[in-house]
Design a binder for this molecule. Structure first.
Ligand code: ADP
Length: 177
Protein backbone atom coordinates (compact mmCIF):
# COMPACT_ATOMS: atom_id res chain seq x y z
CA UNK A 1 0.00 0.00 0.00
CA UNK A 2 1.42 3.36 -0.94
CA UNK A 3 1.70 5.79 1.93
CA UNK A 4 -0.57 8.29 0.21
CA UNK A 5 -1.95 10.42 2.99
CA UNK A 6 -3.51 9.35 6.24
CA UNK A 7 -6.44 6.98 6.49
CA UNK A 8 -8.61 8.87 8.92
CA UNK A 9 -11.94 7.06 8.85
CA UNK A 10 -13.40 5.43 11.94
CA UNK A 11 -13.97 2.03 10.40
CA UNK A 12 -12.93 -1.24 12.07
CA UNK A 13 -11.36 -4.46 10.80
CA UNK A 14 -14.81 -6.10 10.99
CA UNK A 15 -16.13 -3.56 8.47
CA UNK A 16 -13.53 -4.54 5.88
CA UNK A 17 -12.87 -8.25 6.46
CA UNK A 18 -14.34 -11.05 4.37
CA UNK A 19 -16.66 -12.84 4.65
CA UNK A 20 -19.23 -10.27 5.61
CA UNK A 21 -21.89 -11.15 8.15
CA UNK A 22 -24.42 -13.59 6.72
CA UNK A 23 -22.10 -14.86 3.97
CA UNK A 24 -20.57 -18.34 3.78
CA UNK A 25 -17.65 -18.78 6.21
CA UNK A 26 -13.96 -18.57 5.32
CA UNK A 27 -12.52 -21.42 3.28
CA UNK A 28 -10.12 -23.06 5.70
CA UNK A 29 -8.05 -26.19 6.06
CA UNK A 30 -7.85 -28.12 9.33
CA UNK A 31 -4.49 -29.24 10.70
CA UNK A 32 -5.57 -32.87 10.30
CA UNK A 33 -8.52 -34.72 8.81
CA UNK A 34 -8.24 -33.19 5.34
CA UNK A 35 -7.49 -35.53 2.45
CA UNK A 36 -5.60 -34.72 -0.73
CA UNK A 37 -8.96 -35.02 -2.52
CA UNK A 38 -10.53 -32.46 -0.14
CA UNK A 39 -7.65 -30.05 -0.75
CA UNK A 40 -7.89 -30.52 -4.50
CA UNK A 41 -11.63 -29.77 -4.35
CA UNK A 42 -10.93 -26.61 -2.34
CA UNK A 43 -8.37 -25.54 -4.93
CA UNK A 44 -10.76 -26.29 -7.80
CA UNK A 45 -13.78 -24.60 -6.22
CA UNK A 46 -12.13 -21.39 -5.01
CA UNK A 47 -9.59 -18.92 -6.36
CA UNK A 48 -8.28 -17.53 -3.06
CA UNK A 49 -4.53 -16.91 -2.81
CA UNK A 50 -4.36 -18.73 0.49
CA UNK A 51 -6.12 -20.67 3.21
CA UNK A 52 -5.97 -20.30 6.98
CA UNK A 53 -5.28 -23.56 8.82
CA UNK A 54 -7.32 -24.13 11.99
CA UNK A 55 -7.19 -26.77 14.71
CA UNK A 56 -10.74 -27.94 13.99
CA UNK A 57 -13.93 -26.55 12.45
CA UNK A 58 -15.46 -26.35 15.95
CA UNK A 59 -12.60 -24.48 17.63
CA UNK A 60 -11.64 -22.20 14.70
CA UNK A 61 -8.29 -21.67 16.48
CA UNK A 62 -5.70 -20.45 14.03
CA UNK A 63 -2.65 -22.65 13.42
CA UNK A 64 -1.17 -20.98 10.34
CA UNK A 65 -1.68 -19.87 6.76
CA UNK A 66 -0.94 -21.77 3.55
CA UNK A 67 -0.53 -20.18 0.15
CA UNK A 68 -2.60 -21.71 -2.63
CA UNK A 69 0.42 -22.06 -4.93
CA UNK A 70 2.49 -23.86 -2.26
CA UNK A 71 -0.39 -26.28 -1.62
CA UNK A 72 -0.74 -27.04 -5.35
CA UNK A 73 3.00 -27.58 -5.85
CA UNK A 74 3.37 -29.76 -2.74
CA UNK A 75 0.50 -32.04 -3.73
CA UNK A 76 1.83 -32.36 -7.29
CA UNK A 77 5.34 -33.12 -6.04
CA UNK A 78 4.14 -35.67 -3.52
CA UNK A 79 2.04 -37.45 -6.13
CA UNK A 80 5.05 -37.63 -8.44
CA UNK A 81 7.76 -38.53 -5.94
CA UNK A 82 6.17 -40.09 -2.88
CA UNK A 83 5.05 -43.70 -2.98
CA UNK A 84 1.39 -44.39 -2.12
CA UNK A 85 0.05 -40.83 -2.21
CA UNK A 86 -3.48 -40.67 -3.62
CA UNK A 87 -6.64 -38.64 -3.19
CA UNK A 88 -7.46 -40.45 0.06
CA UNK A 89 -4.08 -39.57 1.62
CA UNK A 90 -4.43 -37.52 4.79
CA UNK A 91 -2.73 -34.11 4.89
CA UNK A 92 -1.09 -33.17 8.19
CA UNK A 93 -0.06 -29.68 9.26
CA UNK A 94 0.65 -30.99 12.77
CA UNK A 95 4.11 -31.63 14.21
CA UNK A 96 3.47 -35.31 14.78
CA UNK A 97 1.60 -37.65 12.48
CA UNK A 98 0.02 -40.91 13.60
CA UNK A 99 1.74 -44.02 12.22
CA UNK A 100 -0.09 -44.94 9.01
CA UNK A 101 -1.85 -48.28 9.03
CA UNK A 102 -0.79 -50.62 6.21
CA UNK A 103 -4.12 -50.41 4.36
CA UNK A 104 -4.11 -46.59 4.27
CA UNK A 105 -2.65 -44.29 1.62
CA UNK A 106 0.59 -42.59 2.62
CA UNK A 107 0.13 -39.38 4.65
CA UNK A 108 1.32 -35.99 3.38
CA UNK A 109 3.21 -33.86 5.90
CA UNK A 110 2.81 -30.24 4.90
CA UNK A 111 3.72 -28.35 8.07
CA UNK A 112 6.80 -27.06 6.24
CA UNK A 113 4.78 -24.99 3.74
CA UNK A 114 2.68 -23.29 6.42
CA UNK A 115 3.33 -19.78 7.71
CA UNK A 116 3.25 -20.48 11.45
CA UNK A 117 2.66 -16.90 12.53
CA UNK A 118 0.42 -15.14 10.03
CA UNK A 119 -0.35 -11.58 11.01
CA UNK A 120 -3.64 -11.21 12.88
CA UNK A 121 -5.73 -8.37 14.27
CA UNK A 122 -8.97 -8.50 16.22
CA UNK A 123 -12.30 -7.53 14.67
CA UNK A 124 -12.34 -4.34 16.75
CA UNK A 125 -8.97 -3.05 15.54
CA UNK A 126 -9.32 0.39 13.95
CA UNK A 127 -8.71 0.36 10.21
CA UNK A 128 -6.22 3.24 10.35
CA UNK A 129 -3.99 0.95 12.43
CA UNK A 130 -4.55 -1.96 10.02
CA UNK A 131 -3.63 0.27 7.05
CA UNK A 132 -0.50 1.36 8.90
CA UNK A 133 0.51 -2.24 9.62
CA UNK A 134 -0.04 -3.24 5.97
CA UNK A 135 2.16 -0.36 4.83
CA UNK A 136 4.92 -0.87 7.36
CA UNK A 137 5.11 -4.64 7.11
CA UNK A 138 4.27 -4.88 3.42
CA UNK A 139 1.50 -7.42 4.13
CA UNK A 140 -0.54 -9.11 1.40
CA UNK A 141 -3.19 -10.32 3.83
CA UNK A 142 -4.02 -10.31 7.51
CA UNK A 143 -6.34 -12.58 9.48
CA UNK A 144 -9.07 -11.31 11.79
CA UNK A 145 -9.92 -13.03 15.07
CA UNK A 146 -12.46 -12.58 17.84
CA UNK A 147 -11.65 -14.07 21.26
CA UNK A 148 -9.00 -16.21 19.61
CA UNK A 149 -11.40 -17.62 17.03
CA UNK A 150 -10.69 -17.05 13.36
CA UNK A 151 -13.35 -14.79 11.90
CA UNK A 152 -12.13 -13.38 8.60
CA UNK A 153 -9.40 -12.14 6.32
CA UNK A 154 -8.39 -8.75 4.94
CA UNK A 155 -6.29 -8.59 1.77
CA UNK A 156 -4.42 -5.62 0.35
CA UNK A 157 -7.08 -5.37 -2.36
CA UNK A 158 -9.86 -5.35 0.26
CA UNK A 159 -8.15 -2.33 1.82
CA UNK A 160 -7.74 -0.55 -1.52
CA UNK A 161 -11.43 -1.13 -2.27
CA UNK A 162 -12.41 0.09 1.15
CA UNK A 163 -10.28 3.21 0.77
CA UNK A 164 -11.87 3.90 -2.59
CA UNK A 165 -15.34 3.51 -1.09
CA UNK A 166 -14.41 5.79 1.78
CA UNK A 167 -13.15 8.36 -0.70
CA UNK A 168 -16.52 8.02 -2.45
CA UNK A 169 -14.96 6.78 -5.60
CA UNK A 170 -16.08 3.97 -7.83
CA UNK A 171 -13.80 1.07 -6.78
CA UNK A 172 -13.65 -0.11 -10.40
CA UNK A 173 -11.92 3.11 -11.47
CA UNK A 174 -9.03 2.47 -9.09
CA UNK A 175 -6.04 0.85 -10.73
CA UNK A 176 -4.77 -1.97 -8.56
CA UNK A 177 -1.13 -2.92 -8.82
P1 ADP B 1 -7.32 -10.52 -3.61
O1 ADP B 1 -8.07 -9.74 -2.58
O2 ADP B 1 -5.97 -9.94 -3.87
O3 ADP B 1 -8.13 -10.79 -4.84
P2 ADP B 1 -7.76 -13.30 -2.88
O4 ADP B 1 -8.03 -13.84 -4.24
O5 ADP B 1 -6.99 -14.18 -1.94
O6 ADP B 1 -6.95 -11.94 -2.94
O7 ADP B 1 -9.14 -12.92 -2.18
C1 ADP B 1 -10.29 -12.55 -2.89
C2 ADP B 1 -11.36 -12.15 -1.88
O8 ADP B 1 -11.72 -13.27 -1.07
C3 ADP B 1 -10.93 -11.06 -0.89
O9 ADP B 1 -12.03 -10.20 -0.67
C4 ADP B 1 -10.55 -11.81 0.37
O10 ADP B 1 -10.86 -11.07 1.55
C5 ADP B 1 -11.41 -13.06 0.29
N1 ADP B 1 -10.67 -14.27 0.75
C6 ADP B 1 -9.34 -14.51 0.67
N2 ADP B 1 -9.03 -15.73 1.14
C7 ADP B 1 -10.19 -16.30 1.53
C8 ADP B 1 -10.56 -17.57 2.10
N3 ADP B 1 -9.65 -18.51 2.36
N4 ADP B 1 -11.88 -17.78 2.37
C9 ADP B 1 -12.81 -16.84 2.11
N5 ADP B 1 -12.53 -15.64 1.58
C10 ADP B 1 -11.25 -15.35 1.28
Amino acid sequence: LEAKGEFSHKTLAMDVMQPRRGYPPLSVLTQSGVTVGDAQALIANTSYSGFPVVISPESQRLVGFVLRRDLIISIENAQKRQEGVGSTSQIFFTECTPPPSPDESAPLKLRGIMDLSPFTVTDLTAMDIVVDIFRKLGLRQCLVTHNGRLLGIITKKDILKHMAQMANQDPDTILFN
